[in-house]
Design a protein around this ligand. Structure first.
Ligand code: PGA
Length: 259
């Protein structure tokens, strides 16, 4: 099962995950990070800037989970722009080694396949950061996504477009389509780290961690992976049936086990 770590707040979550990222990069210079966008991973990136100070990150590689289709890559809310602004620049990564699916590709039908190939050539993702949508999506794999899916074009749910309207002037500006790593792609990463904060994520987290494994709640795909860490605050953990067990387990975790 997933290890569930309930932390006091998002700053503590960021520090915990950033320490693991720094440990990986210190151990192997060409670590491959799976990068997420949205509000959730921001505390990880803020803490990683501190945790990686003085560490050589020039060989670190990164692959973002997803991108909007039909949004100018220069738009401040394109995930290409967000990854450049929130990750590449503050952490000092080499922009040539950090990839975002190409939502503006003239060959969008095959862009997903090319992206999966690039991940494979890089040796696969070592640590994949994930947020979760209120509808249970991971990446932009909306309800109904196949657990075997590869990187491809998807249609966003109305709920996701409403959730993301806060980044745009209105919901009408939120693109309808996206290109996202598939659930099958995500499940190939060696370590999944799913973060969630706030009451609005409590149902999605309970479903992903403890609910039935179902394509209707794509986050439940994490139950098929042998190495998953779920890092949540109290509010996001509030509907977990086994919360006390998770707390006890983490409090007594053998020191030889990493994150
Ligand atoms: P958020 O989005 O981090 O902005 O809440 C999460 C997601 O949609 O995966």
């Amino acid at each position: 099962m997933a290890e569930v770590v309930i932390v006091s707040d998002r700053v503590a979550a960021g520090e915990l995950v950033a320490a693991e990222i720094a440990r990986l990069v210190r151990g192997r210079a060409d670590v491959v990070l799976g990068l997420a966008t949205g509000s959730t991973p921001l505390p990880v990136y803020a803490a990683a800037k501190r945790a990686l100070a003085g560490v050589d990150v020039s060989h670190v590689r990164g692959f973002a989970l997803d991108e909007y289709v039909g949004l100018d890559p220069q738009h401040p809310q394109s995930y290409r722009s967000v990854i450049a602004r929130e990750v590449v620049e503050p952490l000092g990564l080499d922009p040539a080694r950090v990839h975002v699916p190409d939502g503006a590709s003239a060959r969008i039908e095959t862009a997903g396949e090319e992206y999966d190939r690039a991940i494979a050539i890089a040796g696969g993702v070592d640590l994949q950061l994930l947020g979760i949508g209120t509808d249970g999506h991971i990446g932009f794999n909306e309800p109904g996504s196949s657990f075997a899916s590869r990187t491809r074009v998807k249609t966003l749910t109305r709920q996701t477009r409403e959730d993301n309207a806060r980044f745009f002037a209105s919901i009408d500006e939120v693109p309808r389509h996206c290109i996202t790593q598939g659930l099958g792609t995500i499940l190939e990463a060696r370590h999944l780290v799913l973060l969630a904060f706030g009451e609005a994520k409590a149902d999605a987290i309970a479903g992903a961690v403890e609910g039935p494994v179902t394509a209707s709640l794509p986050g439940s795909a994490i139950q098929l992976h042998p190495h998953v860490t779920v890092v949540v605050d109290e509010a996001a953990a509030s509907r977990l049936r086994w919360a006390e067990y998770y707390r006890e387990t983490y409090a007594h975790k053998p020191s030889w086990q990493g994150l």
